[in-house]
Structure formats: C-alpha cells, structure tokens
Design a protein around this ligand. Structure first.
Ligand SMILES: *[C@@H]1O[C@H](CO)[C@@H](O)[C@H](O)[C@H]1NC(C)=O
Ligand SMILES: *[C@@H]1O[C@H](CO)[C@@H](O)[C@H](O)[C@H]1NC(C)=O
Ligand SMILES: *[C@@H]1O[C@H](CO)[C@@H](O)[C@H](O)[C@H]1NC(C)=O
Ligand SMILES: *[C@@H]1O[C@H](CO)[C@@H](O)[C@H](O)[C@H]1NC(C)=O
Ligand SMILES: *[C@@H]1O[C@H](CO)[C@@H](O)[C@H](O)[C@H]1NC(C)=O
Ligand SMILES: *[C@@H]1O[C@H](CO)[C@@H](O)[C@H](O)[C@H]1NC(C)=O
Ligand SMILES: *[C@@H]1O[C@H](CO)[C@@H](O)[C@H](O)[C@H]1NC(C)=O
Ligand SMILES: *[C@@H]1O[C@H](CO)[C@@H](O)[C@H](O)[C@H]1NC(C)=O
Ligand SMILES: *[C@@H]1O[C@H](CO)[C@@H](O)[C@H](O)[C@H]1NC(C)=O
Ligand SMILES: *[C@@H]1O[C@H](CO)[C@@H](O)[C@H](O)[C@H]1NC(C)=O
Ligand SMILES: *[C@@H]1O[C@H](CO)[C@@H](O)[C@H](O)[C@H]1NC(C)=O
Ligand SMILES: *[C@@H]1O[C@H](CO)[C@@H](O)[C@H](O)[C@H]1NC(C)=O
Length: 559
C-alpha cells in the first residue's frame, strides 16, 4: 500500500461529503473520529485515545493550493483539539488548533471542522493533539504534494513511505502526566520508542509489532520521517544504506548524504534511499540523542527495510547509530542543512531587522505545598512561566475581551547573567503569567533563544505556530551580540518551523511577521511545555481585510 500512487490514496481517503462539492474544487475532506481503542504493543493491551481507531492516525494527503477540511468528532472522555503542525494558516488561526491559544477544545460529543488552505508550501508536515499529553497517541503525517505537473527538485523516487516516530508508555499517558504534575517531578520516562506505532523485535512481546518496508533492488525511495515523540530528540539510521536529505519541515534543502539523521520532536525530514545493497533485510533504527545530564528513555526501536523476495527468516543487519551523547555528530548534521535557494524556491530571509528579541530558556523550581518536596519543577522564557488561560487567546484578542492576557512579555531578560556558566542551583523561582508579545504587522523579527544553566543545560526544540522561520545562526555558550551576527548565514539558511536550541547554546531565527493572529511558541518537549516553557505572539492586523484575521467560523467550539 505504501507504494501506490498518491492520487489513488487521495481517492481512497475522501470522505463522502467532498463529493457534494463541485468537481473542479480541490477540496480534500477527512472525518476524524476521536475514539478510545484497546491496543497491544508491548506485553499488555491498554486503551489509548486514537483517531479512527488507528495508531498512528491516518495520513492527510493534499496538494499545494488545496483546501482541506477535517471534521473532528470527539467521542473520547477528554476535551480535544488538533494542531496541523507547520501549516502556515494565513490569517486563519481559527484552524491552528492549540487548546486555549487559538480555540477552546472540542468537548466530548461535539465536532469542529478545521478548514484551511494549503498555500505556498509542499512537503511533509504532521498533525497532533494539542492538549494535555494526548498527542502521544493522537498524531499522524500530512503529505502535501507539489501542484499538479510540478516535479520534485530531485529525481522522482520509485516509491514513498511515511515513517512516524513515537514514544510508548506501558501505562496510561494521562496518568503518567498527572502523577508528575502532582508530585512536582518529571513524569515517568517512556518505555519504548516506535516506528509507525510499532517498537520492533528488540522489545518483549513485540515480535508481531514490526513495521517492514518492501523495496525493489536498484530503486530509490522517498522516506517522509516525522518525529512525533513527546520528549526525545532522535537519531535514525538504516543499516548499510546512506540517506540523502532533501527536505526539512516541508522546505526543500540542498541534498546531502549522511549515514544517520537527527530529528527533534516536531520536526520532519525527507530522505532519499537507494536500495543498492545486497538484497536482504536491514534494520531501520531509532534511538535518542541526549547530551544533557537529564536521564532519557534510551531504548532503540527498529523497523525493517526488506528487499523484495528476501524471506523473513533472514536476520536483519543492525545499523551503527551515533552514541546517545554524540554532540559532535548532531552539530555537524545540523550544520549541513541549507535551504535549496533555487530560482523556483528562493530564500526570503529578512536582511534588516525591525525588532530584536532575546529570550532565555530556563528550568526552575517553584513552591508547591502539596508536591512531594514542597516544590514543583518549572520552566520559563525570560524567567516567565506561562500560565494557560481559560478561554482561547485568539478569541480574547479578536473580540477584545479584557483581563485574559497581558501584552508585556519582555524583549530581553530583566537582568543579564552568565547564562551558560556554572550550574545555577539557588534562587530558581520564576514569575508566573499569561504574558504575550505584540508584533507589528509585516515587521521583521530576529529572536535569539538562549539556553541557560539554571538547574541544567538541555537541548530544546522550539516550535513557532503560523510561520516558518530562518535559522540564521547557532552556537555554544552565551550569544555575543557584538560578534555572533557576523557568523550568520543570510544566503541559504535552513527554513523550518521547529528548531533545536543546543544544550548550553543559542539559536537565532528570523521571520517576517506577515501573518496576523495569536501564534503560540513553545518547546516541543511535552514535559517542558507542561512546565510553562511557552509564550505567544500577537501579530497585529495590517491595513484592510486582506491583511487582517479572518472572521471566525460559526462552529468554533465554545468554552
Ligand atoms: C483491554 O484488553 C485487555 C486484555 O484483552 C482486557 O483485560 C481489558 O479489560 C481491555 N480493556 C478495555 C478498556 O477494553
Ligand atoms: C462532522 O461530523 C459530525 C458527526 O458525524 C456530523 O454531525 C457533522 O455534521 C459533521 N460536520 C461537518 C461540517 O461535516
Ligand atoms: C471539558 O470542557 C468542559 C467545558 O469547559 C468542562 O466542563 C469539562 O469538565 C471538561 N472535561 C474534562 C474531562 O476535562
Ligand atoms: C481558501 O481559499 C479560497 C479561495 O481563494 C477562499 O475563498 C477562502 O476564503 C480561503 N479560506 C481560508 C480559510 O483562508
Ligand atoms: C511511574 O514509575 C514508578 C516507578 O517505576 C511506578 O511505581 C509508578 O506506578 C509509575 N507511574 C505511572 C503513572 O505509571
Ligand atoms: C555514507 O556517508 C558517510 C558520511 O556521512 C560517508 O563517510 C560514507 O562513505 C558513505 N557511505 C557510502 C556507502 O556511501
Ligand atoms: C540506558 O539508561 C539506563 C538508565 O536509565 C542505563 O542503566 C543504561 O546503561 C542505558 N543504556 C545505554 C545503552 O546507554
Ligand atoms: C558518551 O557516552 C559514552 C558511553 O556512555 C562515554 O564513554 C563518553 O565519555 C561520553 N562522551 C561524552 C562526550 O560525554
Ligand atoms: C525530591 O524528592 C525526591 C524523592 O524524595 C528526591 O529524589 C529528589 O532529589 C528531590 N528533588 C528536589 C528537586 O528536591
Ligand atoms: C561564564 O562562566 C564560564 C564557566 O564558568 C566562564 O568560563 C566564563 O568566563 C564566564 N563568563 C563571564 C563573562 O563571566
Ligand atoms: C525570576 O523571578 C523570580 C520571581 O520574581 C526571582 O526570584 C528570580 O530571581 C528571577 N530569576 C532570574 C534568573 O531572573
Ligand atoms: C511587507 O514588507 C515587504 C518589504 O517592505 C514588502 O515588500 C511587502 O509588500 C509587505 N507586505 C505587505 C503585505 O504589506
């Protein structure tokens, strides 16, 4: 099935009501039923929240320029919202999905139809629940094909497949999250990693749960890899086969060969693989990258690249993955990522900056009388731990509802310190608030995200909603505004929606704020999002209706 032509898949996945629309309308419609299903992966079956009973959920197929309507009906006990991760949602935050940021959740028994256009982007993105830790099992890939007749900027592959990487807990994920919050400690680590929902034969009781991809000798395949894990940055490699990276976060890159890739939660990576080895069975393996002192689920998940005609009795070859703490590999891999920057796909990186932002990323400890130690682990940007509102921020902004948020998020920390010096273990409190930053329409923004050694340094994948951004610079230690901008890549920097800020380092991104709305920005490690490592931008309307937030849809979920 993985190798059928996409149009066949598209036809197969149309929901009935698409057929009621005019034939020439390029509308792709899906029905997502949120249902609980009892599934078995490791030794014990457990009920998980799914879309249409599937884990991972269904892939959304669309073409650049299409309108996509996904009617989400919630039959589960949890209130739910779904985020279409990486979709730019021009003027259309109503379809973005983060709960209490752009909408109130879809309550049990209710439906909400997400309605958006796929404009100016093509490639692999993904969707996931954006409330609690439900995205552990409520997620799937989005494949945006180029417009009809527009080829890939690389040789047409013989076949394509999606590889969705995930994390699996033996226990109910919501119970794990709740226990962590109650104790004020990190929730239990996951018990396994998965590839397309399956951990592979290295785990007990999981022999049956192995994903295999059949390939024909001599042919080239496009793998669309999504990191849907909650808390782990991952290395991925295929035994005996190098990969050619051609796209990240639905943006084409200059192709480069590598024996392994690094992919952070929230990111996607497309690679070409040529089946040019001795016909056999080769493991595709996934294991975390972690160069902090914080423990991580270090288990390896496997799937199989299987040459056609090779019997299942052949033992698969195991790939060499980088060591879990291989910072050098990670840094080199990321340094190889460059935007294609061709005539068809130019790089529009802002060269002049209207607004300079500098945000420190910190872990911390706040008082919590009911917690195990009388304290709760927390996280902050510029020392502000984000407090979730009770209604959607986008509604509050659009309808001018007072008292929901403040617009005074500081452009830089109140006091400078040696951010990445010796570990800071005293005075770890943070200030709490629902504080947003206001950005003028169409202004250019540079944001430097600076990791700190408050408690510990750690790598943080940051995701911005509503935009792609350019990763113009990165480095270890403290950002030096006098020296570091000279090292920026303003020619062909990688363009993406999620970027890893290195442990004990910094990353500089730039974007043009031409999409009005309220846009969430957060660490995509769920444990840190829960602890408050998040904020939002209010991008003001420009002139006239074409530069303003769309009117909200009638069926927007109420609070
Ligand atoms: C899930 O399956 C297990 C084993 O078959 C069973 O014991 C359990 O009751 C089931 N749970 C639900 C919610 O159906
Ligand atoms: C969404 O699905 C629900 C439940 O099937 C249905 O009642 C509703 O009409 C659908 N909405 C749209 C816009 O298709
Ligand atoms: C779902 O949302 C409604 C309205 O805010 C609330 O009354 C209800 O308690 C929520 N349900 C759960 C399980 O959180
Ligand atoms: C999608 O595009 C169509 C055609 O240009 C337009 O009528 C519609 O308003 C757009 N929808 C959204 C949500 O932007
Ligand atoms: C977390 O792990 C501890 C120690 O293994 C275990 O006792 C506890 O039940 C786990 N909590 C959950 C919610 O699974
Ligand atoms: C695979 O790529 C690595 C660089 O990451 C290179 O050193 C190696 O020679 C390549 N191997 C093959 C078989 O092309
Ligand atoms: C994985 O982590 C555990 C502790 O969580 C440790 O005991 C084990 O040695 C680690 N394994 C590898 C291969 O790093
Ligand atoms: C990485 O881990 C290995 C094995 O645990 C250890 O021997 C090595 O010293 C570590 N390297 C660094 C740079 O910490
Ligand atoms: C909290 O308590 C646990 C268990 O007593 C202990 O292991 C841990 O070090 C304490 N953490 C902090 C931050 O005080
Ligand atoms: C910051 O801390 C590091 C490590 O302790 C030290 O090497 C460096 O000199 C400090 N920088 C400043 C400006 O104090
Ligand atoms: C963060 O804010 C808290 C509460 O106001 C304060 O005690 C602490 O010193 C601040 N920390 C930093 C690093 O600015
Ligand atoms: C935004 O600014 C750029 C550069 O000045 C300009 O080319 C573009 O037309 C502006 N866009 C809008 C929608 O105003």
């Amino acid at each position: 099935m993985a190798f059928s032509f996409h149009d066949l898949l598209l036809l197969a996945s149309f929901a009935a009501f698409a057929l009621l629309l005019p034939a020439e309308a390029d509308v792709k419609s899906y029905q997502f039923d949120i249902v609980v299903k009892n599934v078995s992966r490791l030794c014990h079956p457990k009920p998980i929240v799914t879309v249409n009973g599937r884990f991972p959920g269904p892939t959304i197929y669309a073409r650049e320029g299409d309108r996509v309507i996904i009617n989400v009906t919630n039959y589960a006990q949890f209130n739910m919202s779904i985020h279409w991760h990486g979709m730019k949602q021009f003027r259309n935050g109503w379809a973005d999905g983060p709960a209490y940021i752009t909408q109130c959740p879809i309550q049990t028994g209710s439906s909400y139809a997400y309605d958006f256009n796929v404009t100016g982007q093509r490639g692999t993105l993904w969707w996931h629940a954006h409330i609690l830790w439900l995205r552990a099992t409520v997620h799937g890939a989005i494949v945006v094909m180029p417009k009809q007749g527009v080829p890939y900027p690389f040789p047409q592959p013989h076949g394509e497949a999606e590889l969705v990487l995930g994390e699996w807990w033996h226990h109910d994920v919501e119970a794990v999250e709740k226990q962590g919050n109650m104790l004020g400690l990190p929730p239990n680590m996951s018990d396994a990693h998965t590839i397309n929902g399956k951990p592979g034969p290295l785990f007990p009781c999981s022999e049956k749960h192995t994903y295999a991809l059949e390939v024909e000798s001599g042919k080239t395949y496009l793998l669309r890899i999504v990191n849907a894990a909650l808390n782990d940055e991952l290395f991925f490699a295929i035994a005996g086969h190098n990969m050619t990276v051609v796209e990240i976060d639905a943006v084409y890159t200059k192709p480069f060969a590598t024996d392994a890739i690094l992919i952070a939660p929230g990111q996607t990576t497309n690679v070409l693989v040529k089946a040019d080895r001795l016909p056999g069975r080769y493991f595709m393996s996934v294991k975390p990258f972690n160069d902090a002192t914080i423990p991580v689920d270090n288990k390896t998940a496997t799937a199989i690249l299987q040459y056609k005609g090779v019997p299942n009795s052949v033992l698969p070859t195991v790939p060499q993955l980088p060591q879990t703490n291989d910072t050098k590999f990670a840094t080199n891999f990321l340094a190889n990522l460059r935007s294609l920057n061709s005539q068809e796909y130019p790089v529009n990186v802002p060269l002049n900056v209207d607004r300079h932002l500098f945000y420190t990323i910190g872990l911390g400890v706040n008082p919590c009388p009911t917690c195990l130690n009388g304290t709760r682990l927390t996280a902050s940007l510029n020392n502000i731990t984000f407090v979730m509102p009770q209604i959607g921020l986008l509604q509050a902004h659009y309808f001018d509802i007072k008292g929901v948020f403040r617009l005074d998020f500081p452009d830089k920390p109140l006091a400078a310190f040696n951010y990445t010096g010796a570990p800071l273990t005293a005075n770890l409190g943070t200030s709490l608030g629902t504080r947003l930053s206001k950005i003028a329409f169409n202004s250019t923004v540079e944001l430097v995200l600076q990791d700190t050694n408050l408690l510990s340094v750690e790598s943080h994948p940051f995701h911005l909603h509503g935009y792609n951004f350019f990763v113009v610079g990165t480095g270890f230690g403290n950002f030096d505004p006098a020296k570091d901008p000279a090292t920026y890549n303003l020619v062909d920097p990688p363009e993406r929606n999620t970027v890893g800020v290195p442990a004990g380092g910094w990353t500089a991104i730039r974007f043009r704020a031409n999409n009005p709305g309220v846009w969430f920005m957060h660490c995509h490690l769920e444990v840190h999002t829960t602890w408050g490592l998040k904020m939002a931008f209010v991008v003001e309307d420009g002139n006239g209706p074409e530069e303003s937030i769309l009117t909200p849809p009638k069926n927007l979920p109420p609070c």
